[in-house]
Write a protein that binds this ligand. Structure first.
Ligand SMILES: Cc1cc2nc3c(=O)[nH]c(=O)nc-3n(C[C@H](O)[C@H](O)[C@H](O)COP(=O)(O)OP(=O)(O)OC[C@H]3O[C@@H](n4cnc5c(N)ncnc54)[C@H](O)[C@@H]3O)c2cc1C
Length: 408
């Protein structure tokens, strides 16, 4: 096994597989690209290890809206190169129950916040009150205090398929992947970077770290070397349930959109897609865990909260439970993505998805490839820097202390 590589990517999940592809495409035929994966690419326990994740042109933050056109274009490119269908347009609703949200600090995560960002970035959206909402989607049962913003060009990313596509395309450009190779440490050796696994020490000109909940574990040694503390990341155990609804037509993507519901709790829902079932999850409803302590065991309390929400607001969406799966969120205090080179060691770049990464995964990989190849990118990513106040200052509460706030 050759241990010297131009680029080493640590973690071959959603972001890492994309970085692997964009790097291998840029590096071939002069440089070599190696992916090191703790398990196997496509393993079920990664954050995006499911068939679908939601992508929007405009959310409540300008930083994502500014990148959305490039993210969609990048997906189209990957679709054309691979012949794989990766993004399905379904339309998307963000619904806010104003009465239930009274007293919760929502920041710009409101219908107005979404409308303002959409207006600034020229994204076509519609504003609806409760009456207009139920006239259009009679599947909902509303109290009247709800309002919504609808985005027609909102889609479902085939997350699992996208990861596999990036891996296949990367291999086509000569990238190698070593499975079952957990990285234990990364060191700056001046002229190169050392990447330590259980049986090898690899040398690379540049290293990309995309290890999600294990980011601090992988980078702890390097952070100590450059004199910075660990990233203030919170890991929570989330879960989603697939319901075998008998109302397939009513909840097909042609008739029913993806949605975020901001009430006393926040829920995210996806119409029948990927499985012959609908999908619902509570956003940040889970308890804090670590990558080692998380379990596959669903939490009955969240199951109950979901069932109560469906009974009250969306009765036809439910049905016998097909299955419930648990996943990890790895969230920075401002709930934003991390995408940067490590200050003090520009040979290492890092990405953390923060509950947001699948939607733009291919673009994040492309940006990481830019950073690795040239140290800079033409895309506007200042909001995702490692030295932003939310990651360096003590004042921002951790996500678990800001219940009711959502990155979507
Ligand atoms: C319930 C839920 C719903 C979500 N919905 C959305 C959504 O609608 N839209 C959206 O954009 N995002 C969504 N997200 C977030 C999105 O899924 C994640 O941000 C994204 O999948 C993270 O990708 P990643 O590559 O950083 O992590 P992962 O895909 O988890 O990949 C990390 C990889 O690193 C590997 N690894 C870890 N440690 C090591 C090591 N030491 N050595 C080698 N390899 C290592 C892991 O095995 C894994 O394969 C959701 C997340 C959850 C949990």
């Amino acid at each position: 096994m050759n241990t010297d590589h131009t680029f080493v990517v640590i973690g071959c999940g959603g972001i890492g597989s994309a970085a692997l592809y964009w790097l291998s495409r840029a590096a071939a035929p002069y440089g070599s690209v190696l992916g090191l994966e703790r398990h196997t690419p496509g393993h079920e326990h990664r954050a995006g290890g499911e068939h679908s994740r939601v992508v929007r042109h405009a959310r409540h933050q300008d930083a994502y809206a500014a990148l959305a056109p490039a993210a969609y274009k990048t997906w189209r490119q990957i679709e054309c190169l691979s012949g794989q269908h990766l993004v399905t347009e379904a339309g998307g609703l963000v619904i806010e129950d104003v009465d239930a949200r009274r007293g919760i600090d929502t920041g710009s995560r409101t219908v107005e916040g979404h409308l303002e960002v959409a207006a600034r970035h020229g994204v076509e959206v519609e504003q609806l009150d409760a009456e207009a909402l139920t006239a259009r989607w009679p599947q909902f049962r509303l109290h009247g205090s709800e309002r919504a913003v609808y985005q027609r060009h909102c889609g479902i990313v085939e997350a699992r398929r996208a990861d596999a596509t990036h891996v296949a395309l990367a291999r086509g450009h000569g990238a190698q992947i070593r499975e079952n190779s957990p990285v234990r440490a990364v060191h700056d050796a001046g002229s190169h970077v050392e990447v330590v696994t259980d049986d090898e020490v690899y040398r690379a000109e540049h290293v990309v770290v995309a290890a999600d909940a294990r980011t601090n574990e992988v980078l702890g040694g390097l952070f100590a070397q450059v004199g910075r503390p660990a990233l203030p990341l919170t890991v929570t155990q989330e879960q989603v349930t697939h319901y075998a609804t008998p109302n397939l037509i009513d909840f097909s993507p042609e008739r029913f959109p993806v949605f975020m519901w901001h009430g006393a709790d926040t829920f995210h829902g996806v119409p029948v897609h990927g499985e012959v079932a609908t999908r619902l999850g509570q956003h940040m409803g889970g308890h804090e865990v670590t990558a080692d302590s998380h379990t596959d065991e669903p939490d009955p309390l969240r199951r109950k909260r979901q069932e109560e929400f469906l009974a009250e607001h969306l009765p036809g969406f439910g049905g016998p439970e097909l299955y419930t799966r648990t996943f990890l969120y790895t969230i920075a205090p401002d709930q934003n993505v991390v995408l940067d080179t490590v200050p003090g060691c520009p040979r290492v770049s890092v990405a953390v998805g923060a509950g947001n990464a699948s939607a733009f995964a291919s673009l994040w990989g492309r940006i990481l490839a830019d950073l690795a190849m040239t140290g800079a990118t033409r895309y506007p990513v200042d909001a995702f820097a490692l030295d932003r106040p939310a990651l360096t200052g003590p004042s921002v509460p951790r996500p678990s202390e800001q219940r009711g706030r959502t990155p979507f």
